[in-house]
Design a protein around this ligand. Structure first.
Ligand code: LLP
Length: 426
């Protein structure tokens, strides 16, 4: 996070608060959110996309405090389940600023979205179009929809998080003609208001070419719809997926760069197709919340394994950060509780779960005197860590603490063993 410094005692401090104070008050493992950092990333996107809409993708991390922050900072919100919708509404997110995603929205979820009056629903299948048409007709409402288009881009990211190649579950295929058929079907129904097309090519993407190809292809479809039906769709959403730096090797684009490139390609494609430039929106999740959080752990054991490697075990692991195990993701770790002049030692930071794949940081140089009781910080854990956390091995999930102006505020409390037992009703 932007407001982390090493204080005079050698310990890390975030927004003026020492990690010792955070650990003493909230325990470890704990997710520490630098609130001003989160707000400044929201503002950076707002400033870069002032006439566009920025939908924060809540799947990256959602709780009421974050909903309020992004609403205050002028962002919109993308939700993809009834649970995310409930969280957004309970925090007072204006429903017209919510977009509802998902490849298998249930009748109950769609009903709640319609009753709440969400601003737009991104439809993902013919079944959903039928479902939504029937529900809207029953209620006498005309929801605004976008069609999610699978543009056939092979994004250079992990295969589990690429979403625009042909053979996967999301959206309507462009190449096969399903996307055009979906748009025509919606235009024919007239119960749904077709606002535009949507494309999301994947996540943790650094190469802007994918967005350019995707914009070109959806705009070609936009022109095809105009030619066939005489309507120019007023909106276009290019999705999220903007990469962040997990290690020093990653070099992400700034929101300003992204805005410039996206606008340029949209403008030139629209000129080529003689289309009016649609109102643009994007859906970044990771790029807004990812860098604003670090996880603070306490070291429990340090084990040298036959001189091959040193394993440093912390009081969390794959239950609070599954990304290393699931996507082979790279993280870094820093000794947070003190400075050390000891030699660097190649270490692997592992968790406390009963599984050898329970790795938090694959390879990191830590001071050779790292010892039980030390605190370690793992940065960049704001996105897809708490939101994908589990109770594996019945480890209660860590709290989220927001720090600002030297003060900490608990925004998600630590789960307790009683919470775990509360569900166990047999
Ligand atoms: N819009 C749509 C339609 C999406 O499906 C996603 C992410 C986003 C926006 C936001 O993408 P972002 O800007 O956060 O990259 N669990 C995986 C990431 C899954 C992303 C799912 N969809 C991970 O931990 O890397």
């Amino acid at each position: 996070p932007r407001n982390v410094v090493r204080a005079t005692d050698g310990a890390l401090a975030v927004a003026g608060l020492s990690v010792h104070d955070v650990a003493a008050e909230y325990g470890t493992a704990v997710y520490v959110l630098d609130e001003d950092d989160l707000r400044s990333r929201c503002r950076d996107f707002r400033a870069a996309f002032p006439t566009e809409d920025v939908y924060y993708a809540g799947k990256a991390f959602l709780c009421r405090a974050v909903v309020r922050i992004i609403a205050e900072e002028g962002l919109h919100l993308d939700v993809c389940t009834g649970g995310e919708l409930a969280t957004a509404l309970s925090a007072g997110m204006p429903p017209e600023r919510i977009g509802f995603h998902g490849n298998n929205k249930s009748v109950s979820e769609l009903t709640r979205a319609l009753d709440a009056g969400v601003g737009r629903i991104i439809v993902d299948s013919f079944t959903e179009i039928d479902r939504l048409t029937a529900l809207a007709r029953e209620r006498g409402v005309r929801p605004r929809v976008l069609v999610r288009v699978t543009v056939g881009v092979e994004a250079h990211t992990h295969e589990f998080i690429a979403t625009a190649h042909e053979d996967q579950k999301f959206g309507f295929s462009l190449a096969g003609g399903a996307a055009a058929a979906a748009a025509f079907k919606i235009l024919d129904e007239d119960v749904l208001e077709l606002r535009g097309l949507h494309s999301h090519i994947g996540s943790q993407i650094f190469d802007a070419n994918g967005f350019e190809v995707s914009a070109r292809r959806v705009l070609a479809l936009q022109a095809q719809i105009r030619d066939a039906r005489g309507v120019e769709l007023p909106e276009l959403d290019l999705g999220g997926g903007f990469g962040i730096a997990y290690t020093t090797q990653d070099d992400p684009a700034t929101p300003q760069d992204l805005a410039k490139r996206l606008r340029k390609i949209v403008d030139s494609e629209c000129a080529a197709e003689r289309l009016a430039v649609p109102h643009l929106s994007i859906e970044p999740g990771r790029a807004i919340v990812g860098p604003a959080v670090f996880t603070l752990y306490e070291v429990g054991t340090v084990k040298d394994v036959d001189g091959i490697r040193t394993y440093v075990s912390v009081d969390g692991g794959m239950s609070d950060n599954i990304r290393t195990a699931l996507y082979d993701a790279s993280y870094s770790a820093t000794l947070a509780s003190r400075a050390s002049t000891a030699e660097p030692m190649l270490a692997r930071v592992v968790g406390k779960h009963c599984e050898s794949g329970d790795i938090v940081v694959k390879d990191e140089f830590l001071p050779a005197d790292v010892q039980p009781g030390d605190l370690l910080a793992v940065p960049g854990t704001g996105a897809y860590c708490r939101s994908m956390a589990s109770n594996y091995n019945h480890v209660p999930r860590p709290p989220v603490v927001a720090v600002r102006d030297g003060r900490a505020r608990l925004i998600v409390r630590r789960e307790t063993e009683d919470d775990l037992l509360a569900l166990d009703v047999g």
